[in-house]
Structure formats: structure tokens, C-alpha cells
Design a protein around this ligand. Structure first.
Ligand SMILES: [Zn+2]
Length: 260
């Protein structure tokens, strides 16, 4: 997961008028106007470089969906609010069971709160809620999820020191299905590739000041390839950054993490 700035979402011409009309039609007819949020799928998807906001997998062949972060069944007043939309893949958005490990995941209509008595009954009360699910629309929240080198998603904070953040990360990993076996495998494969690229570049680094252009170019190619892995548009870029950060004691890696 990485931060998606929804302020940059471009609404198609005339969209707000259609959304207002859908709201005016009343909460009982929300699903009759599903075309309204579906019409934002493309701009939402473009914001994340075609990646699911939750798992960072590029959705090329699958369509993905517009997920209502606050489910429209529980928060009908936010059904047509673009700030409530997240572009999501089927694994993160729909409830399903992983055939390989038998674990269930997928957000569905779930929206747990740290304090269920504070559940909003209108838009203004949403600000008083403390949602458990981590929100890719908030810049500080994706960082609550960390990864290990085998591709697993884990909470960044310890249960002892930060019980609330630990719980939010643990529940989010489960509900967004970030521990799905295919996803863990993909991360693991990426980790191997990053480590190889790092090793190749690091072998060349001591010779890069010798005036040999071939060595300089070869080093640059490896570093450029690593920069691509951690760039905003790359699949699983948060994980890639995490793996590379394992070598941040190396000067050129620290510089790369700072600049890319
Ligand atoms: Zn996903």
C-alpha cells in the first residue's frame, strides 16, 4: 500500500451533477446509480498507475472495482463522495478464501471501528470515528504495514508499544487479504530480483571512480533498474523500497532511496 492523493482526482465533466441527482434519488436507490461511481474507475485507476490501492498489484487484465472505503450499505450518505472511493482488485475488495492457505480475506462490507459506539449516523459524524482499516488516502497510514524478506506483510509497530496501530495493521492485512499466497509469492520473487540487482551494482561501485566508462554505465544500468522498482508506478513498490532499505547502510543505496 502506498499513499494515493485523492485531491488529484479529476472528475469528468458533468459528473458532479449526476452524483447530486443520484443523492437526491434517496438512499434506497443507491445501487440503481452504480454507473456514477463506475464512471470514476478510470480516473481513480490512473491516480495509482493502474494499481490496486491496497495491494499495489497492477490491474491490467482484470478490471478491478471502485471500492467504497466506507461501505455504501452502512454509510449511504457517502455513496457518491469521490473522497470515499478507492480503486481495488477483487482479492482486496471482495470476500473470498485463499485456496492455498485456507485463509479468508477481502474487505466486502466490513468497516470495523476501534470504538463501535462511535459509528457515524451522518456525514458530519464520520470525523469522530476511528476506523480500524488503514486508509491509502491518508499519507501516514500505509507505513503502518511493513514486510519481511520472505514476502510476508507484518505490522510495523509492536503490540507492546503501539497496541492500536498493531491491531489496525494486523486487521488490515487480513481484511485486504495482503497475506494471500499468490501475493506473498510475488513479493518473494521481487525480493530475489532486487537482491540480485543490488549485489551486481554493489560489486561495481568501488570501481566507478576509475574512469572506466563501461563500468560506470553498467553500474548506472543496475541502479536505474532498482530506481524503477521503487518508483511510484511500479508494482509492489512499497515492498521493493523496504527490501532495498535493508541495505541503506551502503552510501549509494541511501542516496537512491532519498532521490527516487
Ligand atoms: Zn488488491
Amino acid at each position: 500500500m502506498r499513499y494515493i492523493n485523492l485531491d488529484h482526482l479529476k472528475l469528468p465533466e458533468g459528473w458532479q451533477v449526476r452524483a447530486d441527482a443520484a443523492v437526491a434519488d434517496g438512499p434506497g436507490k443507491i445501487d440503481d446509480h452504480s454507473d456514477v461511481w463506475r464512471d470514476l474507475k478510470r480516473p481513480l485507476k490512473e491516480l495509482s498507475h493502474n494499481k490496486c490501492y491496497y495491494c499495489e498489484i497492477i490491474q491490467e487484465r482484470s478490471d478491478g472495482a471502485v471500492d467504497h472505503f466506507r461501505p455504501k450499505s452502512k454509510y449511504p450518505w457517502s455513496a457518491f463522495s469521490p473522497s470515499n472511493y478507492r480503486f481495488a482488485c477483487t482479492f482486496c475488495n471482495s470476500v473470498r478464501t485463499d485456496a492455498q492457505n485456507g485463509k479468508s480475506g477481502g474487505k466486502g462490507n466490513t468497516f470495523p471501528l476501534l470504538d463501535e459506539t462511535k459509528r457515524a449516523t451522518c456525514f458530519d459524524e464520520e470525523a469522530d470515528e476511528s476506523p480500524i482499516l488503514l486508509d491509502p488516502g491518508k499519507p501516514h497510514e500505509p507505513g503502518f504495514i511493513d514486510f519481511d524478506e520472505t514476502g510476508g506483510a507484518i505490522p510495523t509497530h509492536s503490540e507492546e508499544a503501539h497496541a492500536g496501530r498493531y491491531r489496525r495493521a494486523t486487521e488490515s492485512i487480513r481484511l485486504y487479504h495482503l497475506d494471500h499466497a499468490d501475493l506473498v509469492d510475488k513479493r518473494k520473487t521481487l525480493a530475489v530480483s532486487i537482491k540480485r540487482k543490488f549485489a551486481a551494482a554493489d560489486r561495481l561501485f568501488p570501481q566507478t571512480e576509475s574512469g572506466n566508462a563501461d563500468i560506470d554505465n553498467s553500474f548506472s544500468d543496475h541502479v536505474r533498474s532498482l530506481a524503477n522498482c521503487i518508483s511510484e508506478g511500479a508494482e509492489l513498490s512499497a515492498f521493493a523500497r523496504r527490501i532495498l532499505a535493508g541495505h541503506r547502510d551502503v552510501l549509494w543505496v541511501e542516496n537512491l532511496l532519498r532521490s527516487a
